[in-house]
Design a protein around this ligand. Structure first.
Ligand code: SDX
Length: 432
């Protein structure tokens, strides 16, 4: 770590303290302010963690100003073009791209853990048929921890942690596909060990007994790319939730269930579903101007879904990649989506010329286009965020593993600025 420091002076007391600056490989340096309370009796105040580095990590790097996203140092554009989702999973978990034999072993390992305990299928029956799939995903993944109690006995054991990662990566597509089948009232399609990860997932989602599901190479490539693009994203809200839950030594599957609950929000992973609802509500290009007014109106909570990002203040590199695939797929697969895509393209064009969005550096994010690809693939609207969760599982679990590898994991415990009542004595009911 570097010897540079910053000095913080409390001008009420004249006390000055130096704090070390730590520099990373890429991106902003950090001020190591952990002793601030001990030295100056104060906390750092940073609601929503706008400028707080909660950890060190070697997994993903984002440069929001330059629109850069790296997984273990590899640019997302190169991984989207040359890699596969399972290879990216290996990379995120292990830190290096797999060699031939490692690829074979990792793939076999995943393929042989895709089945669910039959008892877990009973959990689905407790949900109403119109339950939101994300409510089911939170419930079933949380319940999964009860089938693997051994994972919690020794999460300091790297082999146990690795087994937990493999099991979760392997089972998420099965859990997700079963949710879809349960809601539409069709029989579950069991995983097939002879199919690749994406083929197996789509087969479980869309095939019916005695009839396999066939989909085009373009559709398969589009889904592979979407899973790669959503795999990890530094310390976003759901990943930070998984880390905080993991810091209490909770079962890894329950930590991921907490991450799934966080991802559900429309400000986070729920945005892909909200984008389609917004585009369908706009309906036609001629209606865009009135909606742009609503998005800009301070008194109107409606936001342009799929636009803006806490980190990307230039373009979201994932949106650029996905936009091209979306255009190609809609042309080939589903021209009925063209009007939706045309409204999206016109909305993007108008928004990018509007001072309100330009001044606030609001650009399309990954969710602006992903929904249209899911729709073109025939995935139901309420399953979009489940697809995001399946993809992000590797990010959650690799960040959890990275944290648990630390020699001493301290429980996360933020403080606060108390602005409530000053201390006062109890008043009996007769005197209130
Ligand atoms: C994801 O963190 C991640 O990495 C997340 C993610 C991942 O991979 O994990 O990338 C996935 O969650 C992508 C984001 C998906 N969400 C949406 O598309 C929902 C719409 N976007 C907004 O809700 C918003 O842009 C956020 C939540 C994404 C970011 O919010 P910030 O950074 O907290 O920004 P802000 O709310 O403080 O807004 C700054 C200004 C405000 O106006 P002023 O008060 O300055 O006048 O921009 C405005 C906001 O009102 N604004 C928008 C807007 N987003 C921000 N106005 C209209 N439409 C929008 N979409």
């Amino acid at each position: 770590m570097s010897k540079q420091t910053v000095t913080i002076t409390d001008n009420r007391t004249g006390k000055s303290i130096e704090y070390p600056i730590h520099e990373g490989i890429h991106g902003p340096s950090v001020i190591h302010s952990q002793n601030l309370y001990k030295d100056l009796g104060m906390f750092v105040y940073d609601p929503a963690f706008m400028t707080t580095a909660s950890c060190t990590s070697k997994i993903t790097f984002i440069d929001g100003d330059k629109g850069i996203l790296l997984y273990r140092g590899y640019p997302i554009e190169q991984l989207a073009e040359h890699s596969s989702y399972l290879e990216v999973c290996y990379l995120l978990i292990n830190g290096e791209l797999p060699r031939q034999q490692q690829t074979i072993d990792f793939t076999n390992n995943i393929n042989h853990h895709t089945m669910l305990h039959e008892g877990l299928l009973d959990f689905y029956k407790g949900f109403r048929h119109d339950a939101h799939p994300m409510s089911m995903l939170v419930g079933v993944v949380g319940a999964l921890s009860s089938y693997y109690p051994d994972q919690i006995q020794d999460i300091k054991n790297p082999e146990h942690r690795y087994d937990a990662a493999i099991r979760l990566l392997a089972k998420m597509p099965t859990i997700a596909a079963n949710i879809h089948k349960y809601i539409i009232g069709q029989p579950y399609i069991y995983p097939r060990n002879n199919l690749g990860y994406v083929d197996n997932f789509m087969n479980m989602m869309f095939s019916v007994p005695k009839e396999d599901y066939k989909f085009s190479e373009t559709a398969k490539k589009a889904l592979e790319i979407i899973l790669i693009l959503h795999a990890d994203h530094e310390q976003n809200a759901s990943t930070s939730t998984v880390r905080l839950a993991g810091s209490s030594q909770a079962h890894p599957f329950s930590c991921v269930a907490a991450g799934i609950a966080t991802l559900w929000g429309p400000a986070h992973g729920g945005a892909n579903e909200a984008v389609i609802k917004m585009l369908e509500q706009i309906g036609d290009i001629k209606n865009i101007p009135q909606y742009i007014k609503k998005f800009k109106d301070k008194n109107d909570p409606t936001r342009l879904m799929g636009f803006g990002h806490r980190v990307y203040k230039n373009h979201d590199p994932r949106a650029t990649i996905i936009r091209n695939i979306c255009h190609k797929l809609l042309k080939e697969l589903d021209t009925t989506q063209q009007p939706l895509f045309e409204v999206a393209m016109e909305l993007e064009r108008i928004a990018l010329e509007d001072d309100y969005f330009i001044e606030r550096k609001l650009y399309p994010n990954v969710d602006f286009y992903s929904g249209m690809i899911f729709k073109a693939l025939g995935i139901p609207l309420n399953m979009f965020t489940v697809m995001f969760a399946v993809a992000r599982t590797v990010g959650w679990i690799s960040q959890w593993m990275e944290m648990m590898e630390e020699p001493a994991v301290k429980i996360g415990r933020p403080r606060q600025l108390y602005t409530g009542s000053a201390q006062r004595d109890y008043v009996s009911i007769d005197n209130r």
